[in-house]
Design a protein around this ligand. Sequence first.
Ligand code: MTE
Ligand code: MO
Length: 362
Amino acid sequence: IAAPGIVKPLPPELFTVRGTNAETNFAALRSTGLHTPVDRFFVRNHTSTPVLDEKTWGLTVWGSGLRGAPVRFTYDQLRRLPSVTRTAAVECAGNGRSFYTSQQGDTVTGTAWTLGAVGVAHWRGVRLSDVLRRAGISRDAVDVMPRGLDDEYVTGGVNLGHVRRPLPVRKALDDVILAYEMNGEPLPYDHGFPVRVIVPSWIGIASVKWVGDIEVSAEPLYSPWNTDFYRLFGSGYPAEGSAPLTRQTIKSAFELAQGAVLTAGETHELTGRSWSGKAPVRRVEVSTDGGARWRRVQLRDAPRRDSWVRWSVPWRPREAGSVQLLARATDAAGNTQPERAVPNTQGYLFDAVVRHPVTVRT
Ligand code: MTE
Ligand code: MO
């Protein structure tokens, strides 16, 4: 199994290939720690993974929001700046999209992810704020737009250019990093080698891979990735869409295959993960009877921002039959997963409780 343009192997027990993308199989996370191993971390590529050479690569910072001329950083120069590490999730804005259709009957466009377009890694890099200050960012700067070196994105016969997405300067100077390591190793090709942006808790598109230049502007910046995409469109939203999406929403997933077969009368340890881009997850409940009764489950990680928490709960099904397992998270800001997600035509920010079918046999 292989997807055009993804470099790492994609064995079917770890990934479902979706066009130029690969979705993590949640059942394959059951045996792993807090951080998603690279061999099973999802890949979302608009085109394909470029294999760049760090010796010739450079990052150019330029634009009307600098006090002076463009500044170029080599890979070695970046690696010599003070480094920071951070555990952070990357999650596609469209993660969970397929459930708009399969659970709610809504019509949406885009990659039909289940819940596996998310991963948590330990990133090392330099603060974007350090780089912007060294490049001479001025007090007039309002937007900062990193751009990828992967191929230009052509869709519906229109060339939209290189993937690029503006960030407000406040966020850019806050907790954003330019990462060159993932889980203690140099960034893998598929995840942005040699350097990518990591924007904690924001939708995945903000975390531009294979970054080659960053425009710093004294005027607001626009690209298709904050105008035509990554806004909410549809009934209830203005014609130009909502404001550009920023923070991710709240979700839960079982580390279990779809339609897994369990034996009645035996105790099974149900495990899973819950996460929210808005605040740390502090409570998770599970229902094993289709949503009639809920049990609070034990969290195996302390609630923390920008990451998920793992949880587990024993379950001893009494009789054979088809069962829908449900998990529902609540975060520290009081957000709880609803029964139904409010639809939008591009299927972003699905947050409802997902019904996970299993079969119990005697
Ligand atoms: N950056 C570039 N240059 N090109 C891309 O196609 N995809 C974005 C983002 N950064 C993308 C990109 C999207 S939509 C997501 S969800 C994340 O990368 C996925 O990161 P990953 O492939 O490391 O999981
Ligand atoms: Mo994405």
